[in-house]
Ligand binder design. Structure first.
Ligand SMILES: [Zn+2]
Length: 235
């Protein structure tokens, strides 16, 4: 088994990880992500605000209709009052009007509250547009620098991946397959040596079972560590 080749492949994987990390932590990427996050948060706030505004307008429509209906009723009663012929009837009209005026007052109160909410929403909406626009401008400004860093790092990564592809041709497919499996499920590095002195996995330090050790001692033995899932090889 071409363990040496596989280890070289692994060191190229480490280089790729470092390149990814370099991109992720570069000033340009950090700046870009920060503005992007703020922009996305602002858009979410905007969506919520738009939902609240929608509810307010539905309420406004309902209250306005209620108010108009009450005013029409009052007018009708007022017209009726002119034709009152006895006290009993006058008393009835008066009671009805008091009821209507109370209802009108309560609708007016609701409308006033709604008006206050809309004034607040208007201020929030203005702040929203200013924020969203500001963050968008910042995202746009931060993009070219981030793209520049990305292109630079990607071109380096492509070189490393090309070298890996060449190297892979010299390694037994079975070994490559096992390595890739370990890489998927274990922490880096996925390929670690067997420690003869302590019969343990050098990835996590677990003392391996006699059964696994026996298999490792066979020529070209390669075993997965049951604890850390790394691929253990015997030097
Ligand atoms: Zn282990």
């Amino acid at each position: 088994m071409n363990i040496e080749g596989m280890l070289k492949y692994q060191s190229l994987d480490r280089e790729l990880n470092q390149l990814n990390e370099k991109f992720r932590t570069s000033d340009a990427t950090v700046q870009y992500n920060r503005y992007m996050k703020l922009y996305k948060q602002t858009i979410e706030d905007g969506k919520r605000m738009s939902g609240v505004a929608g509810e307010h307008f539905v309420n406004l429509d309902r209250l306005t209709k209620q108010y108009e209906k009450l005013l029409a009723d009052v007018e009708e009663y007022n017209t009726g009052i002119n034709e009152i012929t006895d006290l009993k009837q006058a008393d009835y009209y008066e009671k009805q009007l008091i009821k209507l005026y109370t209802a009108i007052e309560s609708v007016e109160k609701e409308l006033d509250n709604l008006r206050k909410e809309l004034v607040k929403l208007d201020a929030d909406a203005k702040a929203f547009f200013a924020n969203a626009n500001g963050y968008f401008v910042n995202v746009k400004k931060a993009t070219p620098e981030m793209e520049k860093v990305k292109v630079e790092i990607q071109s380096k990564a492509k070189e490393v991946m090309a070298a890996q592809k060449e190297l892979e041709k010299t390694i037994e497919p079975e070994l490559v397959e096992k390595y890739k499996k370990a890489k998927e499920i274990a922490k880096f590095p996925p390929l670690v040596p067997f420690d003869e002195a302590t019969s343990s996995c050098m990835g996590c330090g677990l003392e391996l079972s006699k059964d696994i050790v026996a298999k490792l001692r066979q020529d070209g033995g390669l075993e997965f560590c049951p604890n850390c899932n790394r691929l253990v090889y015997k030097q």
